[in-house]
Write a protein that binds this ligand. Structure first.
Ligand code: ADP
Length: 415
């Protein structure tokens, strides 16, 4: 069985676990832990419980509303009582640490990365309000306020980036259509026997095709980032699908003298998923295997059913498709960042438009799209590698883990 990174595990993806109910479940234990650490503070368990309830109710609210809730809480709980505010300052600091730890314990570092900013923002607002009301601690309040502003700016930047991709993709479509139209007219008008003209037309075709793919990727990415990607479930035979994808790109492998092997999946029955979207994922991952493997290497695709619960020997309901290459590998510090948009590890100047050329880096949209599609199916995707080494060539393995569904998901269920 593969050595997966720690995660929320089992059969849940991040967005399936609502944070607020989780926080409510944790409340009693958290209150006890905090008050054990701080036996001499004035607030009691009910007060801490009341605060955590406010936090869980504020989750998912607009920022202005969260701030308002925190201010109302601060005025109601300690108002101008600076001694009480000092105690709350202590409680909130300890609470922050405990929450951070519990999120890691429950959801692993990956899950924590998604949830922590949401909780942390509200607790930090509370810290700022409390620090302001303790009177003497205004410097701390200022620093905290600055941190919150920085985070807000980063979120804003993220939104701007997504918006930019969306607008750019749509704006680029019009000139692309023009280019395609004129190329077609040229093809019809040009003298068939004129080899130079035919060569120019083939060049135009190649360029417009690549441009269409990049624009398509940009649109896919913006749909994923805004959470509106549609998954249309159909019965699929995964091995057959992967073989079809492999056949469609086999020529490029032969051209580069890289062997593509698809081992038997030996899966007992069909599954449900979006054939078009999943083919897109496999095409990208297998294509990357070729791109980052030098001539003479091998890309192997295999699959295994995953038994998540070894202890109870629960029936396996996931399929882990592995795409392993004998290429240059990936440095450990990049194993996660390559799944972020524009997360390529190389120098942009070295990007080539060749999709199959060895190390022909692209815009870095493929893996985030693949992750978006896999997660929209309720699955996970991650990479493993012993490291980047162009001489040793220990390669990389990409895992695409999908729910082994025997029926389309129910309404409200992920995927
Ligand atoms: P692109 O190939 O367009 O740059 P991707 O999102 O497909 O973008 O990949 C992001 C980065 O991940 C690549 O630039 C490369 O550095 C790294 N990468 C992806 N697949 C592999 C692989 N099989 N072996 C080594 N590095 C890889």
């Amino acid at each position: 069985m593969s050595d997966k990174p720690s995660n929320i595990g089992w059969n849940k993806t991040l967005s399936e676990i609502p944070l607020a109910p989780w926080l409510q479940q944790q409340t009693t234990r958290l209150c006890e832990q905090i008050l054990d650490d701080l036996p001499n503070v004035l607030p009691d368990g009910k007060d801490v419980d009341d605060f955590l309830r406010m936090v869980s109710l504020s989750l998912g609210q607009p920022i202005a509303e969260q701030l308002y809730q925190v201010q109302v809480w601060a005025v109601r709980v300690f108002g101008a009582d600076s001694e009480l505010a000092m105690d709350w300052l202590l409680i909130l600091r300890v609470l922050k640490e405990k929450l951070f730890q519990r999120l890691i314990d429950n959801f692993g570092t990956e899950g924590m990365a998604g949830y922590w900013p949401k909780v942390d923002r509200i607790v930090t607002y509370a810290l700022i309000e409390t620090a302001k009301l303790t009177g003497g601690n205004s410097e701390e309040a200022l620093i905290l306020e600055h941190m919150v502003n920085l985070r807000r700016q980063m979120e804003e930047l993220d939104r701007t980036k997504s918006h930019f991709i969306q607008v750019a993709a749509h704006e680029l479509r019009t000139p692309l259509t023009l280019l395609e139209g004129y190329t077609n007219m040229l093809r019809e008008e040009a003298l068939a026997e004129e080899p130079l003209v035919q060569m120019y037309i083939a060049g135009l075709d190649g360029g417009t095709n690549r441009l269409r793919e990049i624009i398509g990727d940009m649109i896919d990415l913006s749909m994923i980032e805004s959470g509106i990607i549609q998954i249309t479930h159909q019965e699929i035979y995964l091995e057959q699908m992967v073989r079809q994808v492999s056949d469609s790109i086999r020529r490029t492998f032969e051209h580069r003298r890289v062997t593509l092997v698809v081992e038997s999946f030996a899966l007992p029955h069909a599954m449900y998923g979006d054939p078009e979207r999943l083919s897109q994922v496999f095409k990208k991952i297998i294509g990357n295997g070729l791109k980052y493997t030098p001539d003479g290497g091998t890309v192997t695709v295999r699959a295994e059913q995953v038994r998540h619960d070894e202890a109870t020997a629960d029936i396996a309901n996931y399929i882990d498709v592995q795409v392993q290459d004998t290429g240059i590998g990936i440095a450990s510090e990049h194993l996660e960042s390559i799944f972020e948009s524009f997360g390529g590890t190389g120098d942009v100047k070295l990007h080539s438009s060749g999709k199959t050329k060895f190390k022909g880096g692209g815009p870095g949209l493929g893996l985030p799209i693949a992750r978006g599609i896999v997660e929209a199916h309720g699955g996970r995707i991650w990479a493993e590698s012993e490291g980047f080494d162009e001489r040793k060539l220990s390669g990389s393995t990409f895992h695409i883990e999908l729910p082994y569904r025997t029926a389309p998901p129910q309404l409200g269920e992920k995927g």
